[in-house]
Every structure is written in structure tokens, then in C-alpha cells.
Design a protein around this ligand. Structure first.
Ligand SMILES: [Zn+2]
Ligand SMILES: [Zn+2]
Length: 387
């Protein structure tokens, strides 16, 4: 190389180095949007997404991007679940089936996001698609027969769940259907959970099956494209999440909680879970700033209700009270305060006493048919009219 060219090359290299350093110094810092959800007593609530794809199957992003997206969305844990059988980029990317996890795991260690090894066992319906997570070796699931693949995953200690049971690609009417193959899988102990929510769909049948058959409620993004092409948290569109009530923030804690069915599903502003867990989340979410009122006949008083967390609440009155009139509907968005008004229709009972006003949270559902019943309790202090 001529000396002059070498010198110019040196200057170019120096400029590039300075530019890169400036870029690092002056670039905007990444921001994580923290999601606040109450903890249950003795547990920590972890925000998780156990279903996503990368360029190592039919996804559109490199594995470390999935972890960066999760970090930005305030998640605690993800599972990388590239299809075992479907690899549309195989001409360009030739690698072991465990490689996408290995790349993502490294980024997870850097950002503090727990990354779990998984794969999607992808078959026509029945039985459809299954995710096996906490596997040790994805390559060992290279089996012709789906029974052998599920048995192999189970043998590795995997937590296995049925994905998108009503996906229109396999169930054109969108209605999840339980086939005899699912009974076989369930009876053999190869099905531990079902996706009640996947991507933009909710499957009420799946929620019913989870309740009846004691399976774990799951809700995941099944992301293929870059996450924010499908979900925009800034506009209030969150990806579906599995909320895991874990003893600790660790992979082992998550695994134990999943096998013990300690989850709820956060989907499109709705929450699906056991009545017991949802009730605790409500009690911790809502602060009744003034829980006693002085009131007399035909007078109206209001009490501020503050939603301290990131779970929206839509309450509808669940019964009437002949002595008091309260709002038919209360909209209490995340981190907002709503006024709860009470009008005494008659002379209140004498003496200070507690009144429970029955409501149901229509976007929190323990079963497809049922909204969560709760009550708003106030201490009533009757005062004579005109005071
Ligand atoms: Zn699938
Ligand atoms: Zn998938």
C-alpha cells in the first residue's frame, strides 16, 4: 500500500474512532418502562413472556434484540422458543438449535433479564403447537413423531404448554377445540399449561380448561416481527404477559411457580387469574384515601379511590342498596384517582357502622363467564340533617 494511502487510512481510522467515541458519549440512553404490579404476600410478581421467535426460525430479529425489547417493556423474564421444525432463514443461518438461546442469554446477563431456554414443537392440529421451556438441549427434540418429541421434552424436565389453541391458521373459526390427542397428552403428564392469550387473541375455552383441569394460565406475545411493530406500550398497547407469583426473582423460582400454577395473564387491559389472587391484587392496588364519611339523608359525599399500580380497573355495581346510591360504573385507570360518590337515600342507621358496597371488576376475570366480585367498604358516621 503506498505511504500516502496508508497515512490517509490512518487519519480515517482516527476520525472513525473519535466519531464512535462521541457517539457513545452523546447517544441517548435506553429507557426501561417499569410496570408496577403488586406482589402477593411472600411472593414477587414477575412480568414474563414465554413465547417469541428470532431469525433462527421464522422471526425477524436477532436473539439479543428480544432481550432488549423485554428490558424496555419492563419484563423480568423471557423464553426464546424458536420453532424446531420451521427455519425460513436456514440458507443464511446454519446453527445448532440452541444457538438463539445462547446469544439471548448473554444479553440477558448484561441487562438483568432472565432468559429461559425453550423451543416450539410445531405440528398440525391436532395436537397443534407446544412450547417446551426449561429444556436442556433443543437438538434432542429432533424427533419425527410428536409423541416422542413431547416425551423427550418431558424427560428433560420441561414445562410444556399448548400454544394458541384457537389460532385461525389451524382452527378457522377461532374456537379452541380439545381433541382426543389432547386428552392423551394431558393424561401422560405432558401438558402443564395452555395459552389463554396469544398475540392479539384471547381463548375463553382455554381459560375454562385451565380451571377445570388444573393447568397453568399462560399469556404470551408469540412475537415474530420487532415487538414494537405489533405492540406500542406508549399508546397503552402492551404485549400479553404471564404474571408469575414467584418466591424469588430467579429462573428456579419461575419454574417452580409455573408448575404450581401461580400465574395470572395480563392481556389487552384485562386480567385473568384465580379469584383469590385477583382479590389480593385489588386490595393492594386501590387506596381508599378517606374510608369514613359523615352523611345525612339526601346528602352526597365523595371519597377518592386511587389506583396505585398499572392494572386498569373497570368496576360495575353488583347489586343495589335501599339506603345508599353509588355510581353504576367506576372507571379507575392505572395510577389515577376516581371519586366514589355516596348519597344517603334515607336516614342512615344510628351509630357509626361499616357498609360494604358490592361491585364487580369487569376486566378482571377468574373464569370466562365471571367478573371478579369485590366490595368497597366505608365507615358511615350518621349526622343529623342540616349539619
Ligand atoms: Zn405456534
Ligand atoms: Zn410461536
Amino acid at each position: 500500500m503506498p505511504r500516502r494511502v496508508r497515512k490517509l487510512g490512518g487519519i480515517f481510522y482516527l476520525c472513525l474512532t473519535v466519531f464512535l467515541q462521541l457517539d457513545l458519549c452523546c447517544g441517548r440512553n435506553p429507557v426501561r418502562r417499569e410496570m408496577r404490579i403488586p406482589d402477593l404476600d411472600g411472593r414477587v410478581t414477575l412480568k414474563c413472556d414465554f413465547h417469541m421467535h428470532t431469525v433462527f426460525s421464522d422471526g425477524g430479529v436477532w436473539p439479543d434484540v428480544r432481550v432488549q425489547e423485554a428490558w424496555q417493556d419492563g419484563l423480568d423474564a423471557v423464553a426464546i422458543t424458536d420453532h424446531f421444525e420451521k427455519h425460513v432463514h436456514s440458507t443464511d443461518i446454519k446453527a445448532d438449535r440452541n444457538r438463539s438461546f445462547d446469544i439471548a442469554k448473554k444479553e440477558g446477563e448484561f441487562l438483568g433479564v432472565i432468559v429461559i431456554r425453550g423451543t416450539e414443537i410445531t405440528r398440525k392440529m391436532p395436537p397443534g403447537h407446544f412450547n417446551a421451556i426449561f429444556i436442556k438441549d433443543a437438538e434432542a427434540l429432533n424427533q419425527q413423531d410428536w409423541r416422542t418429541a413431547l416425551a423427550s421434552a418431558s424427560g428433560q424436565g420441561a414445562f410444556i404448554f399448548w400454544n394458541h389453541p384457537g389460532w385461525k391458521g389451524q382452527q378457522p373459526d377461532g374456537i379452541a377445540t380439545w381433541y382426543k390427542e389432547h386428552t392423551e397428552i394431558y393424561d401422560k403428564g405432558w401438558m402443564h399449561g395452555i395459552e389463554v392469550a396469544n398475540y392479539v387473541d384471547y381463548y375463553p375455552q382455554a381459560q375454562g380448561w385451565c380451571n377445570e383441569k388444573k393447568l397453568t394460565l399462560m399469556g404470551d406475545s408469540d412475537a415474530h416481527d420487532p415487538m414494537h411493530m405489533d405492540f406500542s406500550p406508549a399508546s397503552g398497547q402492551n404485549r400479553p404477559m404471564t404474571l408469575v407469583f414467584s418466591e424469588e426473582r430467579s429462573e428456579a423460582g419461575i419454574r417452580e411457580a409455573l408448575f404450581e400454577r401461580r400465574t395470572a395473564v395480563f392481556f389487552n387491559g384485562d386480567l385473568f387469574g384465580s379469584a383469590e389472587d385477583l382479590k389480593i391484587l385489588f386490595e393492594k392496588s386501590v387506596d381508599i384515601q378517606k374510608d369514613s364519611i359523615e352523611i345525612s339523608r339526601n346528602r352526597t359525599k365523595s371519597v377518592p379511590l386511587t389506583n396505585l399500580y398499572d392494572l386498569d380497573l373497570r368496576l360495575v355495581r353488583n347489586g343495589t342498596d335501599k339506603n345508599y346510591q353509588t355510581p353504576e360504573e367506576i372507571i379507575l385507570p392505572a395510577r389515577c384517582t376516581a371519586l366514589f360518590t355516596v348519597k344517603a337515600l334515607a336516614d342512615p342507621d344510628s351509630g357509626t357502622h361499616t357498609v360494604s358496597f358490592p361491585y364487580k371488576i369487569v376486566n378482571w376475570r377468574p373464569s370466562p363467564e365471571e367478573s371478579l366480585p369485590i366490595s368497597i367498604r366505608l365507615l358511615i358516621k350518621p349526622v343529623p340533617n342540616g349539619t
